[in-house]
Design a protein around this ligand. Structure first.
Ligand code: HEM
Length: 486
C-alpha cells in the first residue's frame, strides 16, 4: 500500500508536523515557519457564526416517499406519483440555547426538511408545534431577546421571558404548549413536526388551495418531566438519533396535510393565516400523503449539519406561500442569515446544492467554486446577463409554464398597520387546556409557576388574567402552584 503523504493546504508535502523551525535548540521561532503559520491561521478561522436561533442541532439524510399522489392539487414534481421517493436532509434543533447548550431545554424544537427535488430544493422549515408565539415578524427580535440570556449577567432570565408573555397575549397558545408535559421531547425521534404556517398548493389548472404540513412520528410521542430532563447528558438527544440510525433503526414520520379551499378561507371563523392558531382537525381533517424516513448519518458534522442552510423561501413550482405575515418576514430573514453566517455562495456547498442543474446569471462572490450542478467553475464562459442572444445555444431562459397563479388579497384592502390586540388570543389555549388530563394540568401549572415566581407581581397578575380568559381553572391552578413556591 502506498503511504499517504501529509501536505500543506496547497498540496506540497510536509516533512515534519511536530516541530517548528527555531533558531537553535532553545531559540525562538523563525519567520520561515509558513507551515506552522498556515495551521494556526486556519485554526483561528475554524468557527462560523452560530445560527442566531436554533444554534444547537443534529442532521441526517433520508427519503420522502409519496403514499398518495397530490397531482390534483399541485404540480410539485416530488408529490405526483405514489411510490416516488425524494432524497432529504433533515435538521432538528432546540431554539433558544447556543451551540453548547443542553438538548433537553424546555424549548420548541426545530424540524427542518430539505427535499432535493428534480425542480430544485424545497425546504419545509417547521417546528414541533403547530403554532408559534407571534403573528407579526416585527416582534421576533424582541421575543428572542426576552427568551435568551440576560444582557447583563449572560444567564437565563425567566422573569424576562414572562415579562414578554405578559405583554403579548397572542403568545398564550404556544406558551401553554411549551409549558405543558409536551414541552421537553424525550428525543427528536419521538416528536411530531409541523409547517405551522399555511402555504399554498397550485395545480396545472392554476387553482390554489391553502395547506399545512403535519409529520406524525411513527415512534410515538415521548416526553420528559423537568426532573427527568435535568439528569440527562446534554448531548443525549443527538446521541439517540445518531445511534438509532447507525444501528439501522431508522426513524420515520407519516406526512399528512390539511387542506382549505380559498372559499373556506374567506368564510372560516379563524384567520387561516394567523400563526398563533390551529385549524381544528374536525373541520380540516388530516390527509395522509407520504412517509419520511431518516437512514444515513452525516459524515462530517460541520460540513453538512452546521453549514446546512434552510429557507422558507426555497420553494418549487406547485408550492407557494400565503399571506401569513410571519411567513412573509421569514422569506427575507433566512437567506439574509445564510449570506452572513456561511457566505453568498452557500448554495454551492454539497449539503445545500440542488440535485438538478442550476442555471442562472448570478456570478462571483467569496468562494465562487466548482460546484458541478452550478455549471462548474463559476459557470465558466456562459453569458452573465439576461436577456442575451445565446438562448438557442443553451443559455438559461425563464419557463412561463411554472408561473404561480395570482394570489388573492382582500378586496379594497388598504395599506396600513393593523393591530390585533382585540383578537381572540384565548379560546384555542382554553380548548387545549380542557383537553388535558388532571396530571397534565398540574404539570402545566407547576412548570409555569416555576418560572413565573421569578417575575414581579404586575407580570404575574397580567399573566393570571390571561389564564383566566382561557379557563378559570387554568388560572386557579397556576395561582395555587405559585402560592406554594412563594
Ligand atoms: C418572523 C419570524 C422568524 C424569524 C425572523 C426567524 C429567523 C430565523 C433565523 C435568522 C434563523 C437562522 C437561520 C440560519 O442561520 O441558517 C432561523 C432558524 C430556524 N427557524 Fe426561524 N424565524 C422565525 C420564525 C420561525 C418559525 C415560526 C418557525 C417554525 C414554524 C421557525 C423555524 C426555524 C428553524 C427550524 C430554524 C433552524 C433551521 C436549521 O435547522 O438550520 N422559525 N430562524
Amino acid at each position: 500500500m502506498t503511504k499517504t503523504v501529509l501536505t500543506t493546504a496547497t498540496g506540497s508535502p510536509v516533512a515534519d508536523d511536530n516541530n517548528s523551525i527555531s533558531a537553535g535548540e532553545r531559540g525562538p521561532l523563525t519567520f520561515d515557519n509558513h507551515y506552522t503559520f498556515e495551521k494556526l491561521a486556519h485554526f483561528n478561522r475554524e468557527r462560523i457564526p452560530e445560527r442566531v436561533v436554533h444554534a444547537r442541532g443534529t442532521g441526517a439524510y433520508g427519503t420522502f416517499t409519496v403514499t398518495k399522489s397530490l397531482q390534483n392539487l399541485t404540480i410539485a414534481d416530488f408529490l405526483q406519483v405514489e411510490g416516488q421517493t425524494t432524497e432529504v436532509f433533515v435538521r432538528f434543533s432546540t431554539v433558544g440555547g447556543g451551540q453548547d447548550s443542553s438538548d433537553y431545554a424546555r424549548d420548541p424544537r426545530g424540524f427542518a426538511i430539505k427535499f432535493y427535488t428534480q425542480q430544485g430544493n424545497y425546504d419545509m422549515v417547521g417546528n414541533n408545534t403547530p403554532v408559534f408565539f407571534l403573528r407579526d415578524p416585527i416582534k421576533f427580535p424582541d421575543f428572542v431577546h426576552s427568551q435568551k440570556k440576560s444582557p447583563q449577567t449572560n444567564m437565563p432570565d425567566p422573569a424576562a421571558m414572562y415579562e414578554f408573555w405578559a405583554n403579548h397575549p397572542q403568545s398564550l397558545h404556544q406558551m401553554t404548549i411549551l409549558m405543558s408535559d409536551r414541552g421537553i421531547p424525550a428525543s427528536y425521534r419521538h416528536m411530531h413536526g409541523f409547517s405551522s404556517h399555511t402555504y399554498s398548493f397550485w395545480n396545472d389548472k392554476g387553482e390554489r388551495v391553502w395547506f399545512k404540513w403535519h409529520f406524525k412520528t411513527d415512534q410515538g410521542v415521548e416526553t420528559l418531566t423537568e426532573a427527568e430532563a435535568a439528569v440527562r447528558p446534554s448531548h443525549g438527544v443527538q446521541q439517540d438519533l445518531v445511534e438509532a440510525i447507525d444501528a439501522g433503526d431508522f426513524p420515520s414520520w407519516t406526512a399528512k396535510v390539511q387542506i382549505m379551499t380559498e372559499q373556506e378561507a374567506k368564510d372560516y371563523q379563524v384567520n387561516p393565516f394567523d400563526l398563533t392558531k390551529v385549524w381544528p382537525h374536525s373541520d380540516f381533517p388530516l390527509i395522509e400523503v407520504g412517509k419520511l424516513e431518516l437512514n444515513r448519518n452525516v459524515s462530517n458534522y460541520f460540513a453538512e449539519t452546521e453549514q446546512a442552510a434552510f429557507a422558507p423561501s426555497n420553494l418549487v413550482p406547485g408550492i407557494g406561500v400565503s399571506p401569513d405575515k410571519m411567513l412573509q418576514g421569514r422569506l427575507l430573514a433566512y437567506q439574509d442569515a445564510h449570506r452572513y453566517r456561511v457566505g453568498v455562495n452557500v448554495n454551492q456547498l454539497a449539503v445545500n446544492a440542488a440535485k438538478c442543474p442550476v442555471n442562472h446569471y448570478q456570478r462571483d462572490g467569496a468562494m465562487a467554486g466548482g460546484c458541478p450542478v452550478h455549471g462548474g467553475e463559476n459557470q465558466g464562459s456562459g453569458a452573465n446577463f439576461y436577456p442575451n442572444d445565446r438562448i438557442n445555444d443553451g443559455a438559461p431562459a425563464p419557463e412561463p409554464l411554472v408561473a404561480e397563479p395570482p394570489m388573492p388579497i382582500e378586496k379594497d384592502a388598504w395599506i396600513n398597520r393593523y393591530h390585533t390586540d382585540e383578537d381572540d388570543h384565548f379560546s384555542q389555549a382554553g380548548d387545549l387546556y380542557r383537553l388535558m388530563s388532571e396530571s397534565q394540568k398540574d404539570q402545566l401549572a407547576n412548570n409555569i409557576a416555576g418560572g413565573l415566581v421569578h417575575a414581579n407581581r404586575s407580570i404575574q397578575s397580567r399573566l393570571l388574567a390571561q389564564f383566566e380568559n382561557a379557563n378559570a381553572d387554568y388560572a386557579n391552578r397556576v395561582r395555587l402552584a405559585l402560592s406554594i413556591l412563594k
